[in-house]
Ligand binder design. Structure first.
Ligand code: GLC
Length: 437
């Protein structure tokens, strides 16, 4: 492997996608600022220019709503016409607390910003600018978490829920199929719309059109109730406590507590959330039969029993007991022994597995970054190293793509990865892996 080149190339990707104040995930396919992408992108910026990481987060939080919502897309430009659903379809200003500019979507994404902030701070503990930035951004992140607990936890259990698959960051995972199938769209019920993604990327690597109609249906349901109305929780056919999003929230809570204690901020409220969240998560999300964590379908009143990448992320948040962590480690080792690159995003033995299609099978580098750190924290260094090496190998041989083929024999026949190319969080994950040698 030409690792030196790989690092330099990774920096070039971030440079190319830098838009004077924030970074797009990739050209064409995603031409705006995405919420959790930006968090991971900061990991890459911090080594060349910490100032860019600060700008990135400031640009993202410039889109925060008065109620605390941090939208999943911030439309810094209103002239970019190649994306659907664009700002004019979302109409964020149906909610009076949404900023007039920048426009945004009306849903959110995983709350990575707390742990990203801690990562940057631990790598630059003496940087005075960064300390000043922490003092500014801290309360905004807390406000965002408060939104999740106030507006998205209808049973007040300490577990937030989502009403749209896009919020999970794993848009078309088979996890959402059953909930989406509850949606029956009558002829003429949806306005006419035109997808853009399938004319930019290979349609066989993208969600199907049936799925897309349902995404649009849920978007419109949110809009009808200004994206934060209680009616959404009451009416949405899709209402899920996602294990990955809750694990990430718990991880970020812990980071905010760590930072807050050092800086002398009041962390009482966060500690209360954290206690309740941890208790409920452990009670509600572990599935002993699958030996993995699962999401909970709040509308259906049951766990979503599938082995899927989100079920591994609790290890990153320090949630499992050692015994459970060992089972997760074993799951990955089995896959490795069966000649899969780590970590496929869905159960390779399920009929729903599709190695090419987005979140139904392929490998995602930023997910590997979290899993690597989780395994390391629990002392599973060997598996952690496999995860890291597999990520480096795939990107090195196939390019800075969005996602990758998990089956080794198949991947070796390929010349590229899947989805978008020149992809920012792929580059950031690689950069950070290099710096943790
Ligand atoms: C896709 C992914 C989502 C990501 C976005 C931009 O929608 O599923 O997780 O944030 O692309 O990269």
């Amino acid at each position: 492997m030409y690792l030196e080149n790989l690092l330099a190339d990774a920096h070039k990707v971030l440079e190319k996608n830098w838009k004077d104040g924030f970074t797009i995930p990739t050209h064409n396919l995603y031409p705006f600022q995405w919420n959790w992408d930006s968090g991971f992108i900061c990991l890459g910026h911090q080594y060349k220019d910490l100032g860019r990481a600060i700008q990135e987060l400031n640009a993202l939080f410039s889109g925060q709503w008065e109620n605390g919502l941090l939208p999943h897309i911030i439309f810094h430009s209103e002239n970019e016409k190649t994306y659907f659903p664009n700002f004019d379809f979302w109409e964020s200003n149906v909610n009076p607390g949404a900023p007039h500019r920048p426009k945004s979507s009306g849903i959110t994404q995983p709350a990575v910003h707390g742990f990203i902030l801690e990562n940057l701070w631990r790598n630059h503990p003496e940087d005075e600018n960064f300390k000043a930035f922490i003092k500014e951004i801290f309360s905004k992140i807390v406000h965002y978490h408060r939104f999740l607990y106030q507006y998205r936890d209808p049973q007040q259990e300490g577990l937030m829920c989502i009403f749209h698959p896009w919020e999970s960051g794993r848009d078309n995972s088979p996890l959402w199929d059953e909930s989406l199938n509850r949606i029956h769209i009558k002829a003429g019920e949806l306005p006419h719309y035109q997808r853009r993604d399938t004319s930019i990327a290979d349609p066989s690597e993208r969600p199907t059109s049936d799925q897309y109609d349902r995404y649009v249906y849920l978007l419109l349901l949110g809009k009808k109730y200004q994206y934060d109305g209680k009616e959404i929780m009451a009416e949405s056919p899709f209402l899920v406590q996602d294990d990955m999003m809750n694990a990430i929230l718990i991880k970020s809570n812990q980071s905010l507590i760590n930072i807050g204690k050092q800086f002398g901020f009041d962390v009482g409220e966060i500690e209360e959330w954290q206690q309740q969240s941890l208790r409920s998560f452990r009670e509600k999300c572990w599935n002993a039969e699958l030996q993995m964590y699962t999401a909970f379908d709040l509308r259906g009143g049951k766990q979503i029993c599938e082995k899927e990448i989100g079920g591994l992320i609790p290890i990153f948040a320090g949630i499992p007991e050692m015994e459970q962590a060992s089972l997760l480690n074993e799951y990955l080792n089995n896959l490795h022994n069966r000649r899969y690159y780590l970590c496929p995003s869905f159960d390779v033995d399920s009929p729903k597995y599709d190695s090419k299609r987005y979140w139904r099978g392929p490998i995602w580098p930023h997910m590997n970054w979290m899993i690597y750190h989780g395994l390391e924290q629990y002392g599973f260094q060997e598996t952690a190293n496999i995860v890291k090496l597999d990520t480096l190998k795939l990107v090195n041989s196939l390019g800075f793509y969005e996602y990758f083929e998990p089956q080794k024999e198949k991947a070796e026949q390929l010349k590229t990865g899947y989805g978008g190319d020149v992809f920012s969080w792929t580059a950031s994950s690689i950069i950070d892996f290099f710096h943790k040698e």
